[in-house]
Write a protein that binds this ligand. Structure first.
Ligand code: ADP
Ligand code: MG
Length: 397
């Protein structure tokens, strides 16, 4: 009865895309689709007079009325105001985040009925101010925030569920060491974790808050613009709307190149046009330095955890950008193993958060829980610890 009246819901509030998952009656996490029928919602908000539009339509508006559109508000969480005024108004970033959460709540409610209790995820490097701001965004959107947990931990929990490690008596007593490589739209994070029975412990975490799929898009946009300049002596990036359209087409081409060997990117500006034909190798060559930055951080984090590749049992891929074949190739090269794709890269975080919500609700109803998170717990907000082995800071042990 409790599960029916109180659905366990988890929210991955991403920099560029967000996702919502719930636990089904049988305890399995499933990702919910939004009102547009998608499993992920762009974390983009359009302030159009009194109208506030969130998601796909707001993202489209970036190509026509960028001055009213807030994107990547998560990057500014913890600051007093969002870095750009929207329609002449300044908003705190958590207010923009609250609008995104509100859309996620409405769309989920349409499917599973009214609910308020949720677990929301944040990057492992978020400090207490940003965790608190995220919690506030949740309250503003009408949620009761059961817990704020780290994104890589959530991904590991989803993986643990998939592998049967969450059972009260897990199939193996051997600790499982995993490396979570998360390349999203605007950020990169890498975390080394250990699953000890039912405990999830973070050993080391690092990342780059200014590196994500968007940088790969920009590299393509530069190639397109340079071609256009050579042909027509005009730079299409001069005009914000044209630049917006070029970016959109480049992002599409990047996705095409994840499954096909070549893609064509058109460009129209001031009555002229060009087409760039690009092969996957050319794309990979043009963006190799970006990938190398993630390689460097990954190796550093492994070292900070005091581990070598043979000690890592699994490499988990999280984030839409890990769909790029170059990411898997690089990880195979440095780790000597095939990355684990048993949990969908876009859904793992939301599903892990839903599993966490299930546990929190079960505890409230005095049922036995099945797993423990050692690195994050909303009741210990304000505590930062140091791993004695690695000297790495950990949030809220
Ligand atoms: P967030 O940073 O919000 O967590 P996601 O994990 O959803 O974002 O990742 C979004 C990024 O993933 C975007 O840059 C998007 O272009 C990229 N992406 C999604 N699908 C693919 C694909 N098939 N190939 C390459 N990149 C992809
Ligand atoms: Mg993400």
């Amino acid at each position: 009865m409790t599960t029916r009246s109180t659905p366990a819901v988890g929210i991955d509030l991403g920099t560029t895309f967000s996702a919502v998952a719930r636990l089904e009656e049988n305890g399995r996490p499933v990702t919910l689709v939004n009102a547009e029928g998608d499993r992920v919602t762009p974390s983009v908000v359009l302030f159009d007079g009194d109208d506030v539009v969130v998601g796909k339509e707001a993202l489209k508006a970036l190509a026509t009325e960028a001055e009213h559109v807030a994107e990547c508000s998560k990057r500014d969480v913890g600051h007093r105001v969002f870095h750009k005024a929207l329609g002449g108004k300044q908003y705190p970033p958590e207010v923009i985040e609250a609008w995104i959460l509100n859309k996620l709540r409405q769309d989920a409610t349409a499917q599973i009925g009214p609910f308020s209790q949720v677990v929301i995820t944040v990057p492992a490097y978020f400090d207490e101010v940003r965790r608190k701001a995220t919690q506030d965004a949740g309250y503003m959107a009408g949620f009761e925030v059961l817990d704020i947990i780290n994104e890589p931990t959530a991904a590991a929990v989803a993986f643990g569920f998939q592998q049967g490690l969450l059972a009260p008596e897990p199939s193996s007593d051997q600790p499982v060491k995993i490396l979570v490589y998360d390349l999203g739209g605007g950020t990169f994070d890498v975390t080394v974790m250990e699953i000890r029975g039912t405990d999830y412990v973070t050993l080391a975490t690092d990342g780059d808050v200014q590196l994500g799929g968007y940088d790969w898009d920009q590299r393509l946009a530069d190639l397109v613009a340079e071609g256009f300049i050579r042909e027509h002596l005009l730079d299409p990036r001069e005009d914000p709307s044209t630049a917006g359209r070029v970016w959109r087409d480049c992002e599409g081409a990047k996705q095409t190149l994840s499954s096909r060997e070549k893609a064509t990117i058109p460009c129209y500006y001031q009555g002229r046009s060009s087409r760039v034909e690009l092969r996957r190798e050319q794309f990979e060559e043009a963006t190799l330095d970006l990938l190398d930055r993630t390689r460097f951080t990954t190796v550093q984090t492994l070292r900070a955890a005091g581990l070598e590749w043979p000690q890592i049992d699994r490499v988990l891929l999280v984030g839409g950008s890990t769909r790029m074949p170059m990411v898997r190739k690089m990880l195979r090269e440095i780790s000597g193993k095939e990355a684990d794709t048993s949990v969908s890269a876009d859904e793992a975080v939301a599903q892990g958060a839903a599993l966490r919500a299930g546990l929190m609700l079960a505890k409230r109803h005095r049922k036995r829980g099945t797993f423990h998170i050692k690195n994050v717990n909303s009741h210990s907000l304000g505590v930062v610890g140091v791993n004695p082995k690695t000297q790495q800071r950990r949030n809220g042990i």
